[in-house]
Design a protein. Structure first.
Length: 288
């Protein structure tokens, strides 16, 4: 122990434990295309340079493998929202060994849903090209979104503009088939009418089901739905999941009938939360 004589054994162990402890390291406001930014929430891996320029050192961390990446599209009815609306996702996912990339995208009426899907595609491309510099693995990307963001990640996968991703997690949206939705409801209503308009041709154009019916080779999907709007939400979610299965994709549905539209996102990361456990299992399977 002479090499550590200046510190003492207890002080040396304290240093090791403090270096080994992980927290969330935030890389904030990174521009991925003109006018659009993303935030990277990374496990605070010792040995990497922090935003403050301090190099964290851990004798056991050199050569650590890069971690899987979850790209998250926020909700807001296609017309509002921000990459900051991530609830407890950063703490939860980084503690489980994942990196969270939360993105902004343009809103309707500044753009259309086509433009929003294009923004998401650009963010995915940026992550694939750059995330290794932050400790992320570009070969293990999963898409996740809530509400409008759930629709956008489903659209990106259905239209095959996401590239090779390991999985897709659409959390609680009814917009998989807008023609069927309008038929069940009798009209679109807010916020769908604001985003999809009144032209049925646009309803078809911006429905993931349109592309899934004629495509194949889709990544694994885990769908979650809440109990909001009851049977309609359940039917639309299961209908799209069953279509993907018929096209050869792996698809599962979490029935969150006890959740509201808000709580199925807000409670993620809570100990023992059923939706949380289901997502963790899916992530472990598709990123291993």
């Amino acid at each position: 122990m002479r090499a550590f004589g200046h510190f003492g054994a207890s002080a040396f162990l304290l240093i090791l434990f403090s270096f080994a402890a992980q927290a969330v390291e935030l890389h904030e406001g990174i521009t991925y295309r003109s006018g659009l930014k993303l935030d990277i929430h990374a496990p605070d891996t010792p040995g990497r340079t922090s935003q403050a320029g301090v190099v964290r050192m851990n004798l056991f961390s050199f050569g650590s493998p890069k971690v899987p990446v979850v790209i998250y599209a926020h909700g807001g009815g296609w017309v509002k929202g921000s990459r900051k609306k991530v609830y407890s996702l950063p703490e939860w996912l980084t503690q489980r060994g994942y990196m969270l990339v939360a993105i902004d995208y343009r809103k309707v009426p500044q753009t259309t849903i086509d433009g929003q899907v294009n923004d998401l595609s650009a963010a995915i491309s940026w992550v694939r090209s750059n995330i290794s510099r932050y400790g992320g693995d570009p070969s293990r990307i999963v898409l996740m979104g809530h509400s409008a963001g759930a629709h956008l990640v489903a659209m990106a996968a259905a239209r095959n503009v996401a590239g090779d991703v390991r999985g897709v997690i659409p959390n609680d949206v009814q917009a998989y088939d807008m023609v069927a939705y309008a038929g069940m409801r009798g009209s679109l209503g807010y916020p769908y009418i604001n985003a999809f308009g009144s032209d049925p041709n646009d309803w078809v154009r911006w429905s993931p089901v349109t592309y899934a019916r004629r495509g194949s080779g889709f990544p694994p999907h885990l769908f979650l739905h809440s109990g909001s709007n009851g049977e309609r939400r359940r039917a639309l979610t299961n209908g799209y999941a069953n279509l993907l299965k018929a096209r050869g994709a792996r698809a599962a549905v979490f029935d969150g009938g006890r959740y509201t539209h808000g709580s199925i996102a807000r409670k993620l990361g809570a100990s023992g939360d059923p939706a949380t456990v289901t997502i963790e299992r899916f992530l472990a399977q598709v990123t291993r």
